[in-house]
Write a protein that binds this ligand. Structure first.
Ligand code: GLU
Length: 520
């Protein structure tokens, strides 16, 4: 058995190249919403590039026309903007290695595919889709590989003259890689260590399709080479394709130019069983995509973290900790801190479980930490969607500051702060049913009267005055708190009730009590 090894002394993290030669890329296919695992790949690429003063590249891998979804590329770009993880080079910003959309580079790849055929490392395959289908029906696990290729219609099995004729007649063909027989491929992965692949288990992947377009496998290697990519950080789901990439690197460009590989751990479902999918999110009621994604074909919208009320700071922070930590126990990191602390050595091999409650905890911590002015514009948008009137900035910010400790999501401000700007539409009468009686009503009526002259108007004076009036009516002040809250906000929520009254101001507080007393 042959062994090809890509393990050598040069396989150390930083090789001998200087930091400025560090070039990494995020290479999404624009096929739909951007999964949080995809954003984590962006993040790790970004952190590594920033840390080493290298370049982070966005490359759009859109050669598979059958999977192309209009709007998906623009959506990916907006997600990166929202997260603050913008590339140095890419279709929207340009750069010296463009174009950065593979569909605009399609002429580049054919030459390489034909070069591989000439070198005997790939071959023409003339099997029609119907023939392949028939084969699959006959053999459900059919794989076009080292064994089966000898029974198929290709340039390895047909006489040379017939191959020539078919090519001349313009007979449709694909180019497939010729996987070596009985060979073990070994490579060093920066996260997983030494990884082995048996070539016989990998099929002879199509490199160039009948329409002349490359498949992902060919395009990714050619572009990583032409764009001088030094490190490939990508999801673990790409590991099974890696043997094909290793061979293409060797055949086309030589091992010495090959980037270093780092396959990131999967993001798992909360129960730890299997990769987290959009379907799991739908089923369990949490987002999986970075931002809302509307499928242009079905019109169906899938909720994103952003629209669910996440701050980009929290989203990015949470993602960094899915499969990585700095060993100190610290959990809250700014992007700058992450750039400083990130290290490949501390990325785990094992899959990282996604925990939505923990994700909300990160958001809560960030809402607490950031000044309200930072997220007020987003909360205003949410208020507008709920038809909540938005007051002047100053008042708005003060209210957000007052209640932010109670919010996990930006959307929580609707319930926690909306009532400051509009009187309650309904009252949770059931909450006070047991305590409410004519004596209490009389107490509130009396308090209303005293409030006209209350100076200064603040939580302390309000509390004192209710205390006095309640005592005069033979009641306990504390028994009056919930009824007061229901009068002011409609339900059992919000910050301490006298603080609410202080902020509402005298006129509004009195009006709300008066209005409620008519209902109670
Ligand atoms: N185009 C692949 C994707 O959709 C990129 C995989 C890679 O980074 O090599 O994720």
């Amino acid at each position: 058995m042959d062994t090809i090894t890509w393990l050598s002394d040069e396989r150390i993290i930083f090789r001998t190249m200087s930091d400025s030669k560090i070039r990494v890329r995020f290479a999404p296919s624009p096929t739909g919403g951007l999964h949080l695992g995809g954003v984590r790949t962006v993040l790790f690429n970004y952190l590594f590039a920033r840390q080493h003063h290298g370049k982070f590249i966005l490359r759009i891998e859109d050669t598979d026309q059958s999977r192309y979804v209009p709007g998906a590329e623009d959506y990916i770009w907006r997600c990166l903007q929202w997260c603050g993880l913008l590339p140095d080079e890419g279709p929207h910003v340009g750069g010296p290695f463009g174009p950065y959309r593979q569909s605009e580079r399609k002429n580049i790849y054919q030459t390489y595919a034909h070069q591989l055929v000439e070198q005997g490392q790939a071959y023409y395959a003339f099997d029609t889709p119907e023939e392949l289908e028939a084969k699959r029906r006959e053999q459900p696990n059919f794989q076009y590989d080292v064994h089966s290729r000898w029974q198929m219609k290709n340039s390895l099995t047909l006489p040379a003259q017939q191959v020539k004729d078919l090519l001349q007649q313009g007979y449709p063909y694909v180019i497939r890689i010729r996987m070596p027989e009985n060979t073990t491929l070994r490579m060093h992965d920066l996260i997983r260590g030494e990884v082995e692949f048996q070539t016989e288990q990998v099929d002879d992947k199509v490199l160039l399709k009948a329409d002349g377009m490359p498949t992902y496998h060919l395009a990714v290697v050619v572009d990583d080479y032409l764009m001088q990519i030094s490190h490939v950080f990508r999801g673990e789901e790409w590991l099974p394709s890696t043997p094909v990439h290793l061979l293409l690197w060797e055949y086309l460009f030589g091992k010495q130019h090959m980037p270093q590989w780092a396959h990131l751990p999967l993001i798992l479902r909360p129960d730890g069983h299997g990769k987290l999918s959009k379907r799991d999110g739908d089923r369990l009621g949490f987002p999986v995509y970075a931002m809302d994604w509307t499928d242009p074909f079905t019109g169906e919208t899938t909720r994103g973290f952003r629209e669910m009320g996440f701050l980009p700071e929290a989203f990015v922070n949470m993602l960094a900790l899915l499969g990585w930590n700095d060993g100190s126990g610290q959990e809250i990191f700014t992007l700058e801190e992450l750039v400083e602390r990130f290290s490949i050595e501390r990325i785990h091999k094992a899959g990282a479980r996604f925990d939505f409650e923990k994700a909300k905890w990160f958001n809560h911590e960030w809402i607490k930490r950031l000044p309200a002015s930072h997220f007020a514009p987003e909360v205003k948008k949410i208020f507008a969607q709920h038809q909540i009137p938005i007051p002047q900035d100053n008042q708005f910010l003060q209210v957000l500051e007052l209640v932010k400790e109670r919010c996990n999501l930006l959307t929580d401000f609707v319930a926690q702060a909306g009532f400051f700007f509009q009187p309650p539409a309904t009252y949770d009468r059931a909450a006070i049913e047991k305590k409410w009686n004519p004596q209490m009503k009389a107490c509130f009526e009396a308090w209303m009267a005293t409030l006209t002259d209350l100076v200064p108007w603040n939580a302390t004076t309000l509390e004192q005055s209710l205390q006095e009036v309640a005592t005069r009516h033979g009641l306990k002040k504390n028994d009056c708190l919930l009824p007061l809250r229901i009068m002011l906000v409609g339900g059992k929520f919000g910050p301490p009730v006298f603080q609410i009254a202080e902020r509402l101001g005298k006129a509004e507080t009195r009006q709300r009590i008066q209005r409620a007393l008519q209902h109670f």
